[in-house]
Design a protein around this ligand. Structure first.
Ligand code: ZN
Length: 250
């Protein structure tokens, strides 16, 4: 018995480091199948970019839905697929899409109703966003150091009240989305969301309905943040868009 136990211990020691090494770095089983273990600082989006994947496909492959929460140590199955040409998270492309929709999209569905794209555009004007905090934009939307930056950073002191940019329902209030620290996501319409990251403290919970301008959090530097600021995102469905296109002029 003691012998068996000792053998088991030795085996464990021998096997564990190998397993550890295996799961820490991506394992390419073949070109179409691989496993990746989530590391600190990863987001579903950053992983998808690294492996040339569409993040929605990566989410679907792993049964992860919006807001795509992943956690350190989680194993993700990768599968290489060509990124959809429609998905380019850059402001230029977004403007073009909006323009096209605004000027000419009058398609109807098979029941003769106007398609939702018209709906979507009207929302862009209906949902007026107020600035969640007042401070300088210290980092813009788009690429930063070669990596995508899905929102804007607004520099404010620690503990500054964060206000809901528009009325809506809190669909996420937690700290499990790697890198974002204490994060709040509010749904304003069926496909429009705002996100508030790196909070010192979240003051609302999932399921809460908030008014425009209501204080929902206090700014901090939780998650991956070099100093106190608010990381603010606007999403149309899962696609990040430039918040400056939605925020009131100041
Ligand atoms: Zn940021």
């Amino acid at each position: 018995m003691a012998m068996a136990l000792r053998l088991l211990c030795i085996l464990t020691v021998l096997v564990l480091p190998a397993c550890y090494k295996t799961v820490i770095s991506p394992v390419h089983v073949n070109k179409n199948k691989a496993v990746y273990q989530v590391r600190s600082g990863d987001t579903l989006y950053s992983i998808s970019q690294r492996y040339g994947m569409d993040y929605r496909a990566l989410g679907k492959r792993n049964h992860i839905r919006y807001p795509y929460a992943i956690h350190t140590g989680q194993r993700l199955y990768l599968r290489r697929v060509a990124p959809r040409p429609s998905y380019i998270p850059l402001p230029e492309k977004h403007k073009k899409t909006v323009h096209n929709r605004r000027t000419g999209d009058k398609r109807t569905d098979r029941h003769g109703r106007m398609k939702s794209s018209r709906h979507t555009i009207s929302h862009r004007h209906m949902v007026r966003l107020i600035w969640p905090v007042h401070g300088p934009v210290t980092s813009g939307f788009g690429r930063r150091h070669g990596r995508p930056h899905d929102g804007i950073d607004i520099g404010v002191p620690e503990g500054t009240p964060v206000r809901a940019a528009a009325a809506g329902e809190v669909v996420y209030s937690s700290h499990r989305l790697t890198g974002y620290g204490n994060l709040i996501i509010i749904r304003h319409t069926h496909d429009m969301f705002t996100a508030y990251a790196h909070n010192q403290i979240n003051l609302v919970r999932k399921g809460d309905h908030v008014k425009r301008g209501e204080i929902i959090a206090r700014t901090g530097h939780t998650g991956h943040a070099s100093g106190p600021h608010l990381h603010f995102e606007v999403r149309r469905g899962p696609t990040p868009v430039n918040p400056l296109a939605y925020l009131s002029k100041r």
